[in-house]
Design a protein around this ligand. Structure first.
Ligand SMILES: NC(=O)c1ccc[n+]([C@@H]2O[C@H](COP(=O)([O-])OP(=O)(O)OC[C@H]3O[C@@H](n4cnc5c(N)ncnc54)[C@H](OP(=O)(O)O)[C@@H]3O)[C@@H](O)[C@H]2O)c1
Length: 315
């Protein structure tokens, strides 16, 4: 079994430096993937209310606890407040819903999924439409949402709180008013969008960057992302007898990000954790740096006109 190193967060808790993503996938596949991942050493699992798979993730974790393979405290479970719950009056309700879905009595890390909210209609409708079939924005200020997140820590419902898809200015606004600092900002981060500026900004403020889409959401039919098929990238992977995917994940860990690759394929779940028996030296890291194009996969275009849309500034 692989033992994944941990990083200490600004509140003293420890988070494994690699986790399992769970976005997109059939319910049963996610359930099986989480169980297999725990069996081979994953301890950090990432889900969200928005993914509608918290019940599958929770069932898998509880089964492994019941079997005695792990204790609850061994698992670092991350879930997120959906944008339909950004309104401060909805935050505790949403957290209780997630706990109910998961069948757990606390969440290790609860993130504001997105700084820009959507109006609430019901829990199954992730963004109601107005008469022009445009999604209805909710104007809740994420700073007010954050104040409610802090109360969840005090109530013992969550151990740590953080943010996701926040830019540097939005992060600073939270830091300027908070009583409890965000421990993590989870953002898109991979070889083509290495987020070095945001990582440095966050490091100076003791916030860890979790890297979503760490593999650039591979699409083999379109040979994307390009780096996975690049000769220089493949040459580096051959040098260390690793796959290009493993090099992409190791690169992120070495620049200080915490990747959460998603897979529901057992061989890949195992491949993605097999990263801790080699180091990439400076010269190879410098080559990998050159693949940064700054291109984003998840543009969240639906929110492009929202006042809190995060991707209009450099980082
Ligand atoms: N906070 C946010 O707004 C946000 C946004 C997006 C994602 N996330 C989180 O981040 C996680 C990861 O991002 P993502 O799922 O979008 O993208 P990703 O992890 O970069 O890519 C997932 C895809 O890569 C494939 N894959 C996995 N391991 C592979 C390997 N070793 N070689 C080749 N292909 C491989 C998977 O296929 P198989 O499953 O078929 O193996 C799946 O199709 C999500 O699952 C979610 O938990 C958060």
């Amino acid at each position: 079994m692989v033992v994944i190193p941990k990083i200490t967060l600004n509140n003293g808790t420890q988070m494994p430096v690699l986790g399992l993503g769970t976005y997109l996938g059939k319910s049963e596949d996610i359930y099986n993937a989480v169980k297999y991942a725990i069996e081979i050493g994953y301890r950090h699992i990432d889900t969200a209310f928005y993914y509608q798979n918290e019940a599958d993730v929770g069932r898998a974790i509880r089964e492994k606890i019941d079997q005695g393979l792990v204790k609850r405290e061994d698992i670092f479970l991350v879930t997120k407040l959906s944008p339909i719950h950004n309104e401060p009056s909805k935050v505790e309700y949403a957290c209780q819903k997630s706990l109910e879905n998961l069948g757990l009595d606390y969440i290790d890390l609860y993130l504001i999924h997105f700084p820009a909210g959507l109006d609430y209609y019901d829990d199954k409708v992730q963004g109601p439409l107005n008469e022009k079939a445009n999604v209805r924005f909710n104007d809740a200020d994420y700073v007010d949402t954050w104040r409610e997140m802090e109360k969840l820590v005090k109530k013992g419902l969550v151990k740590s709180i953080g943010i996701s898809n926040f830019n540097s200015e939005q992060t600073q606004r939270i830091l300027d008013i908070c009583k409890i600092k965000p421990v993590v900002n989870q953002v898109e981060c991979h070889v083509e969008l290495n987020q070095k500026k945001l990582i440095e900004f966050s490091k100076q403020r003791d916030i860890v960057i979790t890297a979503y889409c760490p593999l650039g959401r591979p699409n083999p039919a379109e040979k994307k992302p390009a780096f996975l098929y690049d000769d220089r990238f493949i040459a580096i992977s051959q040098k260390y007898k690793k796959t290009p995917a493993q090099i992409a994940l190791k690169y992120l860990i070495q620049i200080g990000a915490v990747p959460i690759p998603k897979s529901t394929t057992n061989t890949r779940i195992a491949e993605n954790i097999d990263l801790f028996d080699f180091e990439l030296p400076k010269d190879d890291m410098s080559i990998l740096d050159t693949f940064n194009t700054g291109d984003r996969i998840c543009k969240f275009e639906l929110w492009a006109n929202h006042q809190y849309y995060p991707f209009s500034i450099e980082f």
